[in-house]
Design a protein. Sequence first.
Length: 294
Amino acid sequence: MSSSQLRPLREDDADAVAALFVEAWGEARRMDGELIREWLGNEALQPENLLVLERGGRVLGYFDVWVEDEIADLDVAAPGCWDEAFDHAESRARALGANRARSFVVDEHDVGELVAARGYRRIRSSWTMEIELGVEAPLEPVIPDGIELRPYRHPEDEQRVYEAQQEAFLDHWDFHPQTLENWREFNVKARNFEPDLWLVAWDGDDVAGASLNYPERGGDPGHGWVGTLGVRRDWRRRGLGEALLRRSFALLHARGQRKVRLGVDAENLTGATRLYERVGMRVLRQSNTWERTL
């Protein structure tokens, strides 16, 4: 059998790589080729760190490497050649100066055993949560006194919402500050970006919080997606997070979605998981973060 070749991701690989993610991870990573092409156009991602394993002209595996603070996040989809893909991904991470590697594995997936055998240990869990909405429109939320929820205006609100989101997530596990440019690449430039679905909570001239919503998660139709919901510290414990979430449900319901999902750190310190459960969301699946020293 010929050996595998490692090379950069190309645009004509997009459909094959999207299919690899679905084969590898099932419903947890459903996507389409358009999302992969979006990665290639994302200026925050380095093309030399988006790589495929190819044999005989067929793409067998994919991985990308993102390094921050000497920690490399490895996103791998390589059914049938997992160890080979992890060998290459860890080698690339070392070359980029990382001293630790992390990977994200759907709970109870066989790859959990594989990474454990490679020296990884489970350090954190996250949940994908879902609510099923009825035919009737969700009830309007109770909005805290002095707060107004308004649609995001682009580009007028960009700097203010970016700053508010950075502050809101300071307490989040493994928070890394983003530059405005990187935040824009992953949020405003997303193909599903629709300003009317983004909600900004204003207290006078101050942005108290925001909810960045999408009509679907990239390449995974059938449900709306609350991408990022954050409330700044000074406005917490007043019901603002719940108001943003319930209004988000109403907006997505009006777009025809009867299911809404979001992702959350399972050990979130700000009470987000309790809020989501209180409004009727349930845990759909769990994913785990595994880490090893390189």
